[in-house]
Design a protein around this ligand. Structure first.
Ligand SMILES: Cc1cc2nc3c(=O)[nH]c(=O)nc-3n(C[C@H](O)[C@H](O)[C@H](O)COP(=O)(O)OP(=O)(O)OC[C@H]3O[C@@H](n4cnc5c(N)ncnc54)[C@H](O)[C@@H]3O)c2cc1C
Length: 367
């Protein structure tokens, strides 16, 4: 007997009934993307009493602010005359957590399909997630680390070659090579210098990291190979793990460096990737939405922030926050048609729920 199926609202392959019947942990609102828009949407969904999960392929919250410009000042977000992107993200994180969302980092959403009982199934790099509504806050797509393209490097990923380094202790007593010249590369070099046996930093131009960290780097024992230096090969040892790298200097001379660990921090690329195939109406890599509701062409799925397209759109943090409010309010009335569209002011809602609302002090640097 063939397995019964349910149609997919976005025209994708039908969903097998067995998947629908299996045990599911259903959320009211799922937010795809933990950039500033997704973070604010998570807070707001919590404010509306929604059981919320937020999913991001990156290992840290903050979207573009964390991946591209953590050390840059922002001047045009409400309430902060001048704030470093990473400090702003930290405050957004505190605010998002007031909504008590389940935060799933390091997890990419690969597929989205609506199933017959009003639920939406998300297939991710870690399994299946279920939701009554979805708010897509995916910016310009999932950020992926830029990869080295030298021969043999793919095979050594996880065996000495890292794109996301996490635990300092993994590098204790090792010979470490770091590639890159931005904040991430320079931060790792300075952090590992007192822990590793030897740290070499290879970069092809000048360092773009925060001035104070570059000063720290230059005063350290890190072996600096720049400008004009590029990795040309990686070599495995008999145990199948990384044993050495080769690099070319500015004059074209080749050098070998014995190392057990290689951290590649040469930036990120964004790609709409799987999202393109979910059935949305797209316009220049953005999802077309109804400006009144932020609804997409898939029922129950809304979009906000840089990913959302409508006439006279501004791609700014401030506008993303406003769109998140609209999207969440309409998501709530989608899965609960009796709910009010406008929940009123946050003070009334929060104080009713929690008499002791703690407001954390916000560090605003002086000029
Ligand atoms: C250099 C630079 C400077 C800027 N300066 C300013 C400024 O001064 N002021 C201002 O207002 N704006 C500024 N912007 C714009 C601002 O950064 C964006 O408007 C803002 O980041 C949009 O937030 P977002 O949450 O919509 O998207 P993003 O910040 O791009 O976050 C999207 C998140 O979604 C995740 N994601 C995407 N697809 C998936 C998937 N399939 N599965 C899981 N996760 C996924 C991504 O990994 C990412 O973390 C600047 C942008 C740049 C590049």
């Amino acid at each position: 007997m063939s397995m019964p199926t349910t149609p997919s609202a976005n025209g994708a392959a039908p969903v097998p009934q067995s998947a629908v019947d299996s045990e599911r942990d259903v959320y009211d609102v799922t937010i795809i993307g933990c950039g500033p828009t997704g973070q604010f949407a998570a807070f707001y969904a919590g404010l509306r009493g929604a059981r919320t999960q937020i999913i991001d392929s990156l290992e840290e919250p903050g979207g573009a602010l964390t991946a591209i410009y953590p050390e840059k000042y922002i001047y045009d977000v409400i309430g902060f005359p001048k704030v470093l992107a990473k400090d702003f993200v930290a405050q957004c994180d505190i605010q998002a957590r007031r909504g008590e969302p389940t935060i799933r980092l390091n997890e990419e959403v690969l597929e989205l399909a609506a199933v017959e009982d009003g639920l939406i199934r998300l297939t991710t790099s870690r399994g299946e997630r279920w939701s009554r509504s979805v708010v897509v806050c995916a910016g310009v797509g999932a950020f992926e680390p830029k990869r080295l393209t030298v021969p043999g490097v793919r095979e050594l990923e996880g065996r000495g070659v890292h794109y996301f380094a996490k635990r300092v202790e993994d590098f204790r007593g090792k010979d470490v090579v770091i590639v890159g010249g931005g904040d991430s590369a320079v931060d790792w070099a300075v952090t590992l210098e007192p822990v590793a046996r030897h740290v070499t930093l290879i970069h092809r131009s000048k360092f773009r990291a925060h001035e104070a960290t570059v000063d720290e780097l230059e005063a350290s024992s890190v072996d600096l190979r720049f400008p004009g230096c590029e990795v040309t090969a990686v070599h495995a040892g008999d145990d199948g793990r990384l044993a050495a790298i080769a690099f070319k200097d500015g004059e074209g001379a080749e050098h070998d460096v014995a190392c057990q660990e290689l951290i590649v921090a040469i930036g990120f690329v964004a790609d709409l990737g799987p999202l393109k195939t979910w059935g949305f109406e797209l316009q220049k890599n953005q999802i077309v939405v109804d400006k009144i509701t932020m609804g997409t062409s898939i029922p129950g799925v809304f979009a906000a922030g840089d990913i959302a397209a409508y006439p006279a759109k501004f791609k700014l943090i401030a506008t993303g926050a406003a769109e998140a409010v609209t999207a969440v309010n309409h998501a709530v009335t989608f899965y609960d048609p009796k709910a009010r569209l406008d929940a009123g002011h946050s003070t009334n809602i929060m104080e009713k729920r929690d008499k002791s609302v703690a407001v954390s002090p916000v560090p605003v640097p002086a000029d």
